[in-house]
Structures are given as C-alpha cells and as structure tokens.
Design a protein around this ligand. Structure first.
Ligand SMILES: Cc1ncc(COP(=O)(O)O)c(C=O)c1O
Length: 294
C-alpha cells in the first residue's frame, strides 16, 4: 500500500512522474483539480466532485474530456495502490503546446494526472475534539475562486503565513472586510441557532463538504442561511468551524488569538460532526458501486 500515480492512463510511482515543460498547467496554471476522500476504497461524494470538475472544465472552455474514463482510471489506481483510507488528487491541464497565452489551436489532448495516497485521519480526529486556532489574512486571490483551478498562490501564501504563526488555517478577508473562506476549507459559523455561510459566488469555491453540511444542518433541524459577515462579527459568533474534504467538520477555537464562544467545540458543531459521521456510516453500509466499474 502506498502512493501511486496514473499519468494519462499509465501507472507509475509519483516520484517518477514528470511534466513536459510546455505543459500549460506548469506554465500558466491552466488546469483544474479535484480532491476526493477515499473511505473503504470508495470515493466519498464522488458524483458531486465529478460534477464540480465538469463545471471547472466548462468554465475554462476545455475541449471535450472523457470523465467516465477518468473514473475508471481513478478506481484502477485506488485498487493498484491498495489504498482503503486515503485521498485521490486529480488534475487535468489544457495539455502540452508551445508557450503562447491563447489556447492551442487546434486543441491538444489534456494532460491527466491521478495521485492516490493513504491518509491518516488520526491527527485531524484529535484536533476535531479540541478545535483549532486560525488567523485572518487578506484575500488576495483572483476573481474566479469558484473555479477549482491550480492557481493557488493566494491560498498558498496565506496558508504558509498561518502555519508560521502556529495556526491551522487562515480565514480570508476580502477588500471590503467580509469573510470569504479559508485557504483550503470553507468557513461556517453559528449564530442564534442558525448555521451561516458566505453566499456562493465567484469569491469562494463551491465546497462539497459545505454542501453536505448544509444538507445535514437542515436534516437535524438547523436553519442554514447564506449571509456576509465581517471579521468582528465572526469573532462574535457563538461557534465557527471549517469544513473540507480531509478536514471534515473542524471546530475553530480561536481567530487571531481570540476565542470563539468559550473556545471549545460548541453544540451545533458537535451536532454536525455527529451527523457527518452518521451519513458516512450509512454510505459505507450501502452496497458499493465501485467493483462493477473497475
Ligand atoms: C479554497 C477552498 N475552499 C473550500 C474548500 C473545501 O472544498 P471541499 O469541501 O470540496 O473539499 C477547498 C478544498 O480544497 C478549497 O481549496
């Protein structure tokens, strides 16, 4: 069991895989990606991630791309890697062509990379019990954060700066002072018994775990409301938490050193963590469609 890459259908150790210097993903960040959590050898929220990938490809006007073949390759990679608990990273670039800003004409074959690796949830599981410190940072990203592209330098710089301060994540604040999201997770919070989140739009990624959290909140009887919040308002929320593919539902203990609520995971966060686990347990108990495809 270990890391395994599948590059344009060819299996190889990730350390052996290389990118041609004319690959537009390398030159321009002209590429999209997805990350799925693998539980028991199956891709969690698979259909939703594939739908978001299709949308990203469409928004960037990629040429037609065979998503069914991608899915078959993903499952072959998971099987050959022998990974039960892991993550699958998928990246599709506009392909290899001499460097000009305009798209290659005629279009070239996209480059497709799949990387499967084991994931140890232990450290995150421990943090979910205590909550994590986060910091705020200016959101310096481009204006189409709803597309899941590999243009992640704004996220990378804020995340690095957070880590240097010993924080788990950076909550990003736009030029008007509103919270958008975090560098690799969505930010949700609770006020007066409601679960709240930044409205979907070009400023934030459409988060698959956020969508799940919305469904779970409604299922357990908590209103889910889209609204903008400033940093001071977020600091005054009853609870705040991060959601994401590998993060799941992670309580925020402090922002910039100031406790949220009493600085401990609150009852609404706990309720959603529980609902997440229940949903996962039911999904794992349902018959698996994966072997049929492999
Ligand atoms: C900027 C950003 N926001 C939110 C998320 C959470 O999205 P998801 O729940 O689909 O993993 C991610 C995940 O990569 C992200 O990069």
């Amino acid at each position: 069991m270990g890391d395994l890459a599948c590059v344009n259908g060819e299996m190889m150790a990730p350390e052996r895989a290389t990118v041609p210097i004319y690959d537009r993903g390398f030159l321009f960040g002209d590429s999209v990606y997805e990350v799925c959590r693998i539980y028991a050898g199956r891709c969690w929220l698979e259909a939703q991630h594939l739908e978001r990938l299709r949308r990203s490809l469409k928004e960037l006007e990629f040429p037609p791309y065979d998503v069914d073949r991608l899915v078959a390759r993903i499952y072959r990679t998971i099987r050959e890697a022998g990974v039960d608990e892991g993550l699958v990273y998928v990246q599709v670039t506009r392909g290899v062509a001499p460097r000009t800003h305009a798209f290659p004409n005629p279009p070239v074959e996209p480059t497709e990379v799949i990387i499967v690796r084991p994931f140890d949830d232990g450290p995150s599981a421990a943090l979910r019990e205590t909550g994590v410190p986060v910091v705020s940072r200016p959101d310096i990203r481009w204006k189409r954060c709803d597309i899941k592209t590999t243009n992640l330098l704004g996220n990378v710089l804020a995340n690095e700066s957070a880590h240097r301060e010993g924080a788990y994540e950076a909550v990003l604040i736009d030029s008007l002072g509103y919270v958008t999201e975090a560098t690799h997770t969505s930010v949700l919070w609770a006020r007066e018994g409601r679960v709240e989140a930044t409205p979907e739009g070009p400023e934030i990624l459409i988060g698959m775990t956020r969508h799940l959290a919305e469904r779970l909140a409604r299922r357990v009887g908590l209103p889910f409301v889209e609204t903008r919040v400033t940093l001071p308002a977020l600091l005054g929320a009853d609870e705040a938490f991060l959601v994401g593919t590998s993060t799941e539902v992670m309580p925020i203990a402090t922002i910039d050193g100031q406790p949220i609520g009493d600085g401990k995971p609150g009852p609404i966060t706990r309720r959603l963590q529980e609902a997440y686990r229940d949903e996962l347990r039911d999904w794992l108990a349902a018959p698996s469609p994966a072997p049929a495809r492999a």
